[in-house]
Design a binder for this molecule. Structure first.
Ligand SMILES: [Zn+2]
Length: 290
């Protein structure tokens, strides 16, 4: 069966060892997410790799909410947010300043580690508690950040490989399943070595050929692929909520300066406009309720 890697996430298991993993391909989902902003090429690729990694993890979680990675940096990148929800809807944004070196790593772009913070949030969106974990800013690549996070927070031995160019993202996750025995160690070592040794691990255009070419000595069973896509969860209601949080005084000061309020979604660039009357009505309604 031929399953294109294009815009897909395919989970797989090793039939004879306690190993599992997933292959991700992001094409239109990647280009649509980053194409709305003039990101420097290196930053676009880092966003792409992060989207690929979140897709791999979101796909393996049993939840209805969103997985959100947020970096608050003190260097060339001030803010980077990537979100993937349970339906594999992706959105991404980054704020940067100055030139971005084409060889810079995410950790380098984040700047001073003591003044930067990377957090992975699992927001169940059903009223359940938020789960947040700090992602240590260690390791040169996006893949190594996630490997380190999985090893320390989830205590699952994992390897992650990610590649991104201007057009597409490819990624592979390999994990030892809980309860893996010493007998599985040889298979794990062989599988990891096979990917590391592959000159072009993502050369194959479909998930099954990719897995058979990498793991030719093992029986690997792939599941039905799922389709990631670009999309934004912003809405006029959410922007109105943010304006209410800003407070009446701040909103009045913007109105005094600009006459109306325009808010651009930093993810999808959609613009939300509020006339002075509409903006003031937000607070009038609040007052009437209380
Ligand atoms: Zn939006």
């Amino acid at each position: 069966m031929s399953v294109p890697v294009t815009d897909s996430v395919t989970r797989f298991v090793f039939e004879r060892a306690a190993l599992r993993g997933a292959v991700v391909g992001l094409d239109a989902a990647y280009r649509d997410s980053i194409g709305r902003h003039p990101y420097p090429p290196r930053l676009a690729r880092i966003l792409g790799e992060t989207m690929g990694a979140l897709c791999l993890f979101a796909n393996s979680l049993k939840f209805q909410g969103s997985l959100i990675l947020q970096l608050q940096g003190s260097g060339a990148v001030r803010l980077l947010v990537v979100e993937c929800d349970a339906s594999l809807r992706l959105r991404a944004m980054a704020q940067w300043h100055g030139d971005i070196d084409d060889a810079a790593s995410l950790v380098e772009l984040a700047g001073d580690r003591r003044r930067s913070r990377m957090v992975l949030t699992l927001d169940p969106k059903d009223g359940g508690p938020l789960y947040q974990g700090i992602v240590a800013l260690e390791g040169a690549s996006v893949a190594s950040l996630f490997e380190h996070y999985l090893a320390t927070s989830e205590q699952i031995a994992s390897r992650v490989w990610l590649e991104a160019d201007a057009e597409r993202v490819r990624g592979l996750l390999l994990q030892r399943m809980p309860g893996a025995t010493d007998a599985d160690t040889a298979t794990w070592a062989r599988a990891v070595a096979a990917v590391d040794a592959a000159a072009e691990p993502f050369a194959a255009g479909d998930a099954h050929s990719l897995l058979t070419s990498l793991f030719r000595d093992d029986d690997v069973r792939a599941f039905r692929p799922r389709t990631p896509h670009a999309g934004c969860s912003c809405s006029r209601e959410r922007v109105a909520g943010a304006l209410k949080l800003l407070g009446s005084e701040e909103v009045e000061s913007i109105l005094a300066e600009q006459g109306a309020i325009g808010v651009d979604c930093e993810f999808c660039n959609r613009r939300y406009e509020f006339s002075a009357a509409e903006a003031r009505a937000l607070f009038a309604r609040t007052a009437a309720i209380h």
